[in-house]
Design a protein around this ligand. Structure first.
Ligand code: HMG
Ligand code: MG
Length: 300
């Protein structure tokens, strides 16, 4: 049985733009988020309050976030925070949704957070506790759930251990990241079943696929068949990860919406407005969108 409705967690402005070589002007980012909202997206990950030297593309978080407060109706605007310093910066601007981001592998924990897996979890603990005390919503990302560029295949039990640690800490939801896009549908269903077995309910789980091997949509369908209703995607398929070289763009939101609407699953997204937004963003970035759906629908 497939769900009647899917909640799209739009990550283009964060996961997408963090990986662009050229720094996108703050005003362009603000317009991007406004356009995404007017296309009907209700959860739009806005930026990251990380160290500006680690992700220079998002160093303008303080300037950008206030420019998003006048959007009507107001979307959820989650932001990434790796530590208490990041949380302080986000809360100072009134952020109501934050995300910590753990790794299932030691190699990526080191590359992305300069920490071991357990040191990173210890860094997140006070972030989650304080965010929950302030009644903020907390998402826990978990990267390298299916494969890692340095370590190869990632054992399911290793993923489950860190997933449970994030949930035990108090995260409201978990996003399973296929950071380098190597997952296949059977692997997705195996991991979801194992997480359920270990007490993580499907309704707390979102999926975050990158499309490196063209499997992102198939993996999404496998997750929907398992009962997942939260799917991460980036408009126009923007994205990657600066600390995982083999990562390409996320599942394109347009490709996702095309499949879901064909299945009669509601998203609230206006595909025409969304593709127009991605075409506009592609122009700003000076290169075509990798999304098949954007290319099919937009005359260039
Ligand atoms: P570190 O170098 O170990 O930092 O980096 P530190 O804790 O030793 O602090 C060093 C200095 O940085 C201090 O300043 C801190 O105040 C400052 P000093 O006292 O020396 O003057 N600092 C900060 N400044 C501003 N904002 C902050 C902050 N934190 C410390 N938040 C750190 C550790 C975690 C900070 C660094 O590794 C970092 O920022 N990493 C972020 C990497 C990142 O954003 N990666 C991309 C997101 S993850 C992703 O894309 C995957 C995902 O999409 C899912 C998937 O696909 O799998 C989510
Ligand atoms: Mg990602």
């Amino acid at each position: 049985d497939l769900p009647a409705r899917v909640r799209i967690h739009e990550v283009g402005a964060r996961d997408g733009l963090q990986n662009e070589k050229a720094t996108v002007p703050t005003q362009v980012k603000a317009e991007f988020v406004h356009r995404l909202a007017s296309a009907g997206l209700t959860t739009i990950e806005a930026t990251s309050f990380v160290h500006p030297k680690w992700v220079p593309q998002l160093a303008d978080a303080e300037a950008l976030f206030p420019l998003l407060q006048d959007i009507e109706p107001r979307p959820h605007l989650p932001v990434l925070v790796p530590n208490e310093r990041g949380l302080d910066r986000a809360l100072a601007l009134g952020a109501r949704r934050v995300a910590v981001f753990a790794s299932a592998t030691e190699s990526f924990a080191k590359a992305n957070l300069n920490r071991t897996v357990d040191e990173a979890l210890a860094m997140f603990e006070p972030v989650v506790t304080r965010a929950k005390e302030g009644r903020a919503h907390v998402r826990g990302y978990l990267s390298m759930c299916f494969g890692d560029p340095w370590e190869g295949a990632v054992p399911v039990h290793q993923v489950v251990r860190v997933a449970k640690a994030l949930m035990d800490m108090g995260c409201d939801e978990l996003s399973l990241g296929d950071t380098i896009g190597v997952a296949t549908p059977g692997h997705v269903q195996t991991l979801l079943a194992e997480l359920n077995e270990e007490g993580v309910p499907t309704n707390a789980i979102g999926v975050h696929f990158h499309d490196t091997y063209g499997q992102a949509l198939s993996n999404t369908l496998a997750a929907l068949q398992h009962g997942v209703t939260t799917v991460d995607a980036s408009a126009g398929g923007l994205g990657g990860c600066p600390y995982a070289k083999s990562a390409t763009g996320n599942l394109a939101t347009e490709d996702l919406v095309w499949m879901l609407s064909g299945l009669g699953i509601e998203t609230g997204v206006d595909l025409g407005r969304l593709t127009a937004t991605s075409a506009w963003m592609a122009e700003q970035l000076g290169r075509p969108s990798p999304s098949r759906t954007v290319r099919a629908l937009v005359k260039t």
